[in-house]
Design a protein around this ligand. Sequence first.
Ligand code: Q46
Ligand code: ZN
Ligand code: ZN
Length: 307
Amino acid sequence: MKCKKCRHDAVIDMRHHNLALCKEHYLEWMVLQTERSICKFGMFSHDERLLVAVSGGKDSLSLWDILWKLGYAVDGLYLDLGIDEEEPYSRQSGEYARQFAAQRGLHLQVIDIQQEYGESIPEMGRRTKRGHTKPCSQCGLVKRYLLNKQALEGGYDAIVTAHNLDDEAAFLFSNLTHWSLQYLGRQRPLLPATSGFARKAKPFCQFYERECAAYAILNGIQYIYHECPYAEGSKQLRNKSLLNQMEDQQTGFKTQFYLGYLRALEQGIFPQSQEDAGVLEKKRCHRCGQPTQSAGLCTFCRLVTGK
Ligand code: Q46
Ligand code: ZN
Ligand code: ZN
């Protein structure tokens, strides 16, 4: 297998693009494609300040690396979830994130959930569990809330996350099986800012997971290889595995599935909700001032105060 550009040995064969590339041209291709996505969806510009959500995994560290190489002003945010009971998952992820930032002289903000709020994510999950054995809903809420809070308070223009095509296709599959119109309308690559919510962009939405892993490995980026222990057996992983089976049978299946969704968005089939379009003014949380559906405390404040 030879590189399509220089005829040297290829390190990756992307059959869905009918493209094999050597190391040098692959790394160049990833950077160029990321810039193309940023421009195509009008995500952000070089004079804006970005905050990238860093988990210590291959996707977020590769994204941070590429945005840095493209010359964007981008800081990182690592949330230490305190998931260290069975294996030191959070501790190791945090070490990779810190090491990455230090090697490049980049600024990483770290929030230790246990220190800030008195409980780790598994502890919050156990305290509030309603028949669930995993703390994923509490974890998702805390991550969304704190990412938005840090972006707004830090004066950042956009939050950037490293969701890749496999993530997006699996969410899409789940949202379609439930016909969750609200989620289908907001799963777009760029969600504009509304009152109380920062802009959100996903520049990796068209990269396969293995392409992000290849970028990290070929660049010598050290990342946490394991998934969070609570991800095991999750619906998201099951959907990913199903979609991989489809991809094995039909090259490019995941890309087609996702591009079809983007076309449907363009045609207005899944419109933005009034909230996301900023038409509906939300109530404000009495404790933190963030927008909330109901009067009183927002769901985050209710979680951390136990009220
Ligand atoms: S939600 Fe659940 Fe993830 Fe949080 S507890 Fe782990 S698996 S990290 S994406
Ligand atoms: Zn080449
Ligand atoms: Zn609140």
